[in-house]
Design a protein around this ligand. Structure first.
Ligand SMILES: *Cc1c(COP(=O)(O)O)cnc(C)c1O
Length: 394
């Protein structure tokens, strides 16, 4: 089956909601992918930060396969070990106190928002339900998480949106203060804005924000759907900011490629949602949890330390390129943004693909790199040489 034929079949029967690149991927190994024509690509996308262990990972596939044969699903009306073991592991390595599992990032954030409003309702009653979020943020595609997203382009077509979100400026504590008020129950943010263009929060801003939240009993909600699960060089990015959120959400990388997400609450918030208040049929599915347990086992301290080193290696290389198109780099660990000038970022991404390198775009003018966390130095150098060809000879 060649890609042209697949694309034409897609156009016949699939809703055209994605601006896809004209490539059909067939399989992968390590950090390499192969399309239906057999062309090889170095993958600096990992399926938008999902495939943290790359492709063809035996330990992960065996754990998933064994669980699929043993018990593929049991409703959340019963106990099952993978759910519990994963919650234990996540709590032990995050400093948080209890987990709830969902199926993806938007759904995880919905749970985080519900928890924040319930916490405030229990303590203060009606009228204290507004959540401050940041301009240029991204929190998901459900009606409520679109509302939470601080970008006007997402607030179209689907009216009415959920009320109760107010947008403030990132890295500007005065802007948060000005957005505050008696109606506020929480502040929600990404520590590195991903879809918005790979913009890291400053240490000082995050420290001041944590203090401001504590003073007002606003919950500090951290959306780690993209930054979590080792992406930035620690299991969660907040661990590099010296704070403990009230609630943190995660998704993308946790299942190693299987759909899984969730939230972790601290001691103060772990009991806010009681029986019947929040639920999902598939959340914490045993197969997805078995995959996640293998992910956590493989992302040990030395692998996480390597994520930081590899991230620096990539940024140093790109900054040393003398390309007319590179205005600088940003990021944390293996979440890297390259600020592009003088050419469209989408056009550059397409040129990379033609050359055999898969990259992502973000914001208006940023190339975004999210390679598998287990990518080897050799694979990194192959990818970087392809990138140099595009950035310097184009
Ligand atoms: C991807 C992403 C989401 C949405 O996750 P889905 O699994 O697509 O629902 C939410 N927040 C952030 C920060 C993300 O990067």
């Amino acid at each position: 089956m060649d890609s042209k034929e697949l694309i034409s079949r897609d156009k016949q029967c699939v809703m055209q909601t994605y601006g896809r690149f004209p490539i059909a991927i067939d399989h992968g190994q390590g950090a390499l992918l192969y399309d239906t024509e057999g062309k090889e690509y170095v993958d600096f996308t990992s399926g938008i930060g999902v495939n943290c262990l790359g492709y063809g990972n035996w330990k992960w596939a065996s754990a998933v396969g064994a669980q699929a044969l043993k018990l593929q699903h049991i409703s959340n009306l019963f106990y099952s070990e993978p759910y519990i073991a994963l919650a234990e592991q996540l709590c032990a390595r995050s400093g948080m106190s209890a987990a709830f599992f969902a199926n993806g990032g938007g759904e995880a954030n919905e749970g985080m928002i519900k928890l924040a409003r319930k916490y405030s309702y229990d303590k203060y009653g009606h009228g204290r339900s507004t959540i401050i979020t940041l301009n240029n943020s991204f929190h998901g595609r459900t009606i409520t998480t679109l509302s939470a997203t601080g970008q006007a382009v997402f607030h179209q077509y689907f009216f009415p949106f959920t009320e109760g979100f107010r947008y403030a400026e990132a890295n500007d504590i005065e802007s948060i203060r000005e957005s505050g008020g008696d109606d506020v129950c929480a502040v929600m943010l990404e520590l590195v804005q991903g879809e918005g263009g790979v913009y890291p929060m400053e240490q000082e801003f995050v420290h001041q924000l944590a203090v401001l939240c504590a003073e007002n009993d606003w919950l500090l909600l951290v959306d780690e759907v993209q930054t979590g699960v080792g992406r930035t060089g620690t299991l969660f990015a907040y661990q590099q900011y010296g704070i403990l959120p009230d609630v943190v959400s995660f998704a993308k990388g946790i299942g190693g490629g299987l759909p899984l997400g969730g939230i972790l609450a601290n001691e103060k918030c772990k009991g806010v949602l009681g029986p019947g208040m929040h639920a999902t049929t598939f959340g914490g599915n045993p197969v997805a949890c078995a995959g996640a347990l293998s992910v956590l086992e493989q992302l040990d301290d030395s692998v996480l330390e390597e994520v930081k080193i590899k991230g620096e290696l990539i940024r140093d290389y790109v900054e040393g390129l003398h390309s007319p198109y590179v205005a600088g780099t940003r990021g944390l660990g293996l979440m890297i943004g390259i600020q592009i000038r003088g050419i469209g970022h989408k056009e550059l991404a397409q040129k990379c693909m033609d050359a055999g390198l898969l990259v992502l775009t973000a914001g208006k003018d940023t190339l975004r790199l999210l390679p598998p966390l287990t990518i080897t130095r050799e694979e990194i150098m192959r990818g970087l040489e392809l990138l140099r060809g595009v950035l310097c000879d184009a």
